[in-house]
Design a protein around this ligand. Structure first.
Ligand code: FES
Ligand code: FES
Length: 213
C-alpha cells in the first residue's frame, strides 16, 4: 500500500440558503470537481488525493479546504484556482499564498485612503460592516448591492484585491459590470475581507436607490 504524498480535503457541506453559510453552494463542489480533473490530467490520482468532507467548522467566508500533511488552509477560492493549487502546492509543495486563509488569531487590517484610517476586520466580514463596527465612515446607501454608493478602489488593483478580498459573488460582479467598473473596484457592502487590504471610496456619480430597485 502506498500512502498519498498529499491529501486535499474540501468541505462539501451544503446548507439551505436561509441557514448559516456553507461551502458546497459557495464553490466548494465545483472546486473539488475541477481539482479531480486536474489530478487526472496530470496522472496524479495515486500520490495526490482530493476528497470531500462534511463541515470543517469554519464556514463563513468559504469555501474552505485544507491540505495534509502541511496543514495549510485555503478559503474563498473558485474552480479557476484548482490548477494553481494542484500544480503549485499539491505537486510543487509551494502553498499558494494569495489563497491562504488567515490564521485563527489573525485579523486582517483594512486601511482607508486618503486619511489612512486603519481597523481590524474579522475574516469573512464585509468591508462596510467592519468599517462601521470601528466607527470609520465609509459611504453607503442601500447595503444590498443596488445603489453603488459604497464602491471602493482597491490599492494594487487586481493583485491587491486577490490578497485582501474574497472574489465577488455573482450578484456583486453583475452590479459592478452594470456600473462599468474596472477590475479592482468593489462594493464595500458586499466585498468580504480575507487579508490586509487598502481601499479608497470611489462612488462619485452615486445612484440613489429608487422604488424600482
Ligand atoms: S460548511 Fe464548510 S466549513 Fe462549515
Ligand atoms: S451600499 Fe448600496 S451597493 Fe453597497
Amino acid at each position: 500500500m502506498v500512502r498519498p504524498q498529499r491529501i486535499l480535503v474540501v468541505c462539501q457541506n451544503a446548507r439551505p440558503p436561509e441557514a448559516r453559510a456553507s461551502c458546497a453552494p459557495t464553490g466548494g463542489e465545483a472546486f473539488l470537481a475541477a481539482v479531480r480533473c486536474e489530478l487526472k490530467k496530470h496522472g496524479l490520482k495515486g500520490p495526490l488525493r482530493a476528497v470531500g468532507s462534511s463541515c470543517l467548522g469554519v464556514c463563513e467566508g468559504g469555501p474552505h479546504c485544507v491540505v495534509f500533511p502541511d496543514a495549510v488552509w485555503y478559503s474563498g477560492f473558485t474552480a479557476e484556482d484548482a490548477r494553481e493549487i494542484v500544480e503549485e502546492h499539491l505537486l510543487g509543495g509551494r502553498p499558494v499564498e494569495r489563497l491562504r486563509a488567515p490564521g485563527p488569531d489573525q485579523e486582517p487590517h483594512v486601511r482607508v485612503l486618503p486619511d489612512g484610517l486603519q481597523f481590524p476586520a474579522k475574516p469573512g466580514a464585509t468591508l462596510l460592516d467592519s468599517a462601521l463596527d470601528h466607527g470609520v465612515p465609509l459611504p453607503f446607501g442601500c447595503q444590498s448591492a443596488k445603489c453603488g454608493v459604497c464602491r471602493v478602489e482597491v490599492s494594487g488593483g487586481a493583485a491587491g484585491e486577490a490578497i485582501g478580498l474574497h472574489p465577488p459573488s455573482t450578484l456583486e460582479a453583475a452590479v459592478l459590470e452594470g456600473f462599468g467598473c474596472p477590475s479592482g473596484v468593489r462594493l464595500a457592502c458586499q466585498a468580504r475581507v480575507r487579508g490586509p487590504v487598502t481601499v479608497r471610496p470611489s462612488a462619485g456619480d452615486a445612484h440613489e436607490p429608487s422604488a424600482a430597485d
